[in-house]
Ligand binder design. Sequence first.
Ligand code: RFL
Ligand code: PHB
Length: 389
Amino acid sequence: MRTQVAIIGGGPSGLLLSQLLHRAGIDTVVLERKTKDYVLSRIRAGVLETGMVAQLRAAGVGARLDRDGIVHDGTVISYEDSEIRIDFTRHTDSHVTVYGQTEVTRDLYAAREAMDGRLVFNADGVTIHDADSDAPWLTYMQGDTEHRLDCDYIAGCDGFHGVSRQTIPQTVRNEYEKVYPFGWLGILSETPPVHDELIYASSDAGFALCSMRNANLSRYYIQCGMDDHPDNWSDDAFWEALKRRIPDAHAQALITGPSIEKSIAPLRSFVCEPMCWGRLFLCGDAAHIVPPTGAKGLNTAASDVHYLSQALIGHYAGNGDEGIAQYSQTALARVWKAERFSWWMTSLLHQFPGQTTFDMRMQQAEVAFLSDNAHAQAVLAQNYVGLPY
Ligand code: RFL
Ligand code: PHB
């Protein structure tokens, strides 16, 4: 089999790239290790920047998002019982849209299938060959049969645990990592959201986040130990811990119900430089991870896809290879800013094991500064709605 761009990974990065390239007349094949149902069963991001929404529209998958996505013009940061509303409209000309990653992925699969896009599921043992030559190729297994895929370029969109980044020789790769000493325990429940905007809550019992998917589907998270397990948390224990961490007025208004999903995510900051090697280009979680505190993971994946799709479209249109040569540098410049913001929000709002009273006072002073300083609020707002690209 031959294609122009072979894409490893059928998550949001790989599907969006495939869709944007296909619409520009560029042939792709997406190799996904799991099944479609498995990919769609993962509950992840919920907040989309306007840049990502624009790309989804450009990819022809904006209709359901425009109908069901919920525009948010602000968010709430709370500290014990005090609340700061960060007003996006006052500080930026933008907003965010609440629309789940599962729905984004569902829309992208539907669009790829409607265009007869080539998607290979259950592609096992994907191996990259000759990425540093002019004629790269891949092999993979489906059942007992080995397949070969020749291509011009390879996009590594296979997430943090994928094969693409590992293919870049260690002598070429620099990795920067910070693992946080806690996780997020998240639940999904068919209850109305406690508030019409997201609440990022810091308290002496730890961090909590009140988010949502729609008018009757809420997503809540609480900071937990890194070795904790969802089975250790009954629904009642979760709701009690959440109530303890959010301002009283919200705790009293909270409508609880049975969880329909409960899982723990570890928190990590990670960047791989460069984001390419020869004709292999990394996009999204394959190249970088942020802690979810700023809602930047999926959005940063989307900005990578923007830069890479533009570079490849430029190449195939005969406009030169400048975009391809600059891809890693251009993408990384934006990635590091998202890393900084996510690290800052995580550091500000979580309880760190072993933190001293001085550390706590620093967090409190930073929140106090944020609460009455319009410039500090503007910086948060600009980063939250997403830096331009
Ligand atoms: P994905 O989604 O991990 O998809 C990679 C795909 O590649 C496949 N794969 C392979 N396929 C073939 N061969 C191999 N060897 C392969 N290895 C892996 C996998 O099966 C998978 O289908 O990466 P992608 O596409 O780069 O997308 C990144 C996003 O999923 C991620 O950044 C976000 O979910 C992060 N994130 C959030 N981002 C936001 O922008 N806003 C949010 O509100 C937000 N909330 C979150 C989040 C992530 C969370 N968790 C669970 C880490 C909340 C949470 C709790
Ligand atoms: C979510 O709704 O899952 C969500 C929202 C905001 C975040 C992280 C996760 O910062």
